[in-house]
Design a protein around this ligand. Structure first.
Ligand code: UDP
Length: 337
């Protein structure tokens, strides 16, 4: 069996491709390299540079490689960008998923795994948040993913597709061997910013709000290691192969760390005491976001390996150090030590 990974040259997609290759699966990637890098892929994996919305391309790849499952990562993921340019998010996320589903149906692919997000919940009434809770996204990004989920449900019912929707909480960390990681410039994610500060690529990190109703006043997130997330996709594939019914699953560990605790973990593992500046709240931030993980744990054969904040921080740091060395020839790291 061959698995098509869209967005396979991106952050999460490339970890997925490594996990599949290591498991001996045949993999083929479609990526337009808008934010991904061909160098993030293991050697020998066929990469088709093009758009997952290109039905002819997808159908050609499916036919040529005997694809029988699609894992769909390709898309845009920056919430503030989606507020500025919502129509672009509906094009690149929702419309692309529509085209990809059409290509899947027309070429007879029966298994589909979709990258969704905890952003579909908006501001939940209860914590931890379970899959049955209302979906009320607060951003076009969340809406674009929710609309894709709805299309997937409808197409699955009409055309006999089996799917797993995975709703990611805060994905972080990097490949434990530092073969791939988050390489996008200008990333806004907390752990990425913290390791950039630890490697001297930024002067400081701002904490967006320390007056929240939490023990230390900063927001709380459920960080999941990107390699564990990739393994959850493998488990989802195995589940579909055993004829498991289509389902939607939260992907997190079910426990939260505060922004200040997360920054402290990066300081601890790096041994670098970079500046932390407490500032105002960031508009739109949810106070606490923690997954109810009972469904994923009871549905999939999935045991996380890196459920530890220091491990996540250490892997993110090791990857960032590698990137910084490549970008600066080592000067920056020497200065920040
Ligand atoms: N955050 C922060 N400083 C930063 C980046 C993020 O204080 O430089 C906070 C942000 O306000 C939120 C948490 O870290 O409370 C997680 O933010 P991120 O953008 O990583 O993910 P989100 O939960 O928004 O998807």
């Amino acid at each position: 069996m061959t698995i098509l990974v869209t967005g396979g040259a991106g952050y999460i997609g490339s970890h997925m491709v490594y996990a599949l290759v290591e498991a001996g699966e045949d993999v083929v990637v479609i990526d337009n390299l808008a934010t991904g890098f061909s160098t993030s892929l293991p050697e020998g994996v066929p990469l088709f540079i093009g758009d997952a919305a290109d039905e002819n391309l997808v159908m050609g790849v499916v036919a040529a490689h005997g694809v029988d499952a699609i894992i769909h990562f390709a898309g845009s993921v920056v919430v503030p960008d989606s507020m500025r340019d919502p129509l672009d998010y509906y094009r690149n996320n929702t419309m692309t998923t529509r085209s990809l589903l059409s290509a899947a149906v027309r070429s007879g692919v029966k298994r589909f795994i979709f990258s969704s997000t905890a952003a579909v919940y908006g501001n939940p009434d209860q914590m931890p948040v379970s899959e049955e809770m209302p979906t009320r996204p607060l951003s076009p990004y969340g809406s674009s993913k929710l609309m894709s989920e709805i299309m997937l449900h409808d197409a699955a019912r009409a055309h006999g597709l089996d799917f797993v929707v995975l709703r990611y909480f805060n994905v972080a960390g990097a490949d434990p061997q530092a073969r791939t990681g988050l390489a996008t410039m200008g990333a806004t994610h907390l752990l990425k910013i913290a390791v950039e500060a630890a490697t001297g690529q930024r002067a400081k990190i701002d904490v967006f709000g320390t007056d929240y109703p939490t023990p230390d006043g900063s927001c709380i997130r459920d960080f999941i290691h990107v390699s564990d997330l990739a393994q959850a996709h493998r488990a989802a594939l195995a589940y579909l192969e055993c004829d498991g019914p289509s389902t939607t699953l939260n992907c997190g560990y079910g426990r939260g760390y505060s922004v200040l605790e997360t920054i402290e973990a990066v300081r601890r593992v790096s041994g670098r005491n970079f500046a932390v500046q407490e500032g105002p709240r960031r508009p739109g931030d949810i106070v606490t976001m923690i997954a109810d993980t009972s469904r994923i744990r009871s549905t999939l054969d999935w045991t996380p390996r890196y459920d530890d904040l220091d491990t996540i921080a250490a892997h993110a740091l090791a990857w960032e150090e590698k990137l910084a060395r490549e970008r600066t020839g080592g000067d920056m790291l020497a200065r920040s030590a």
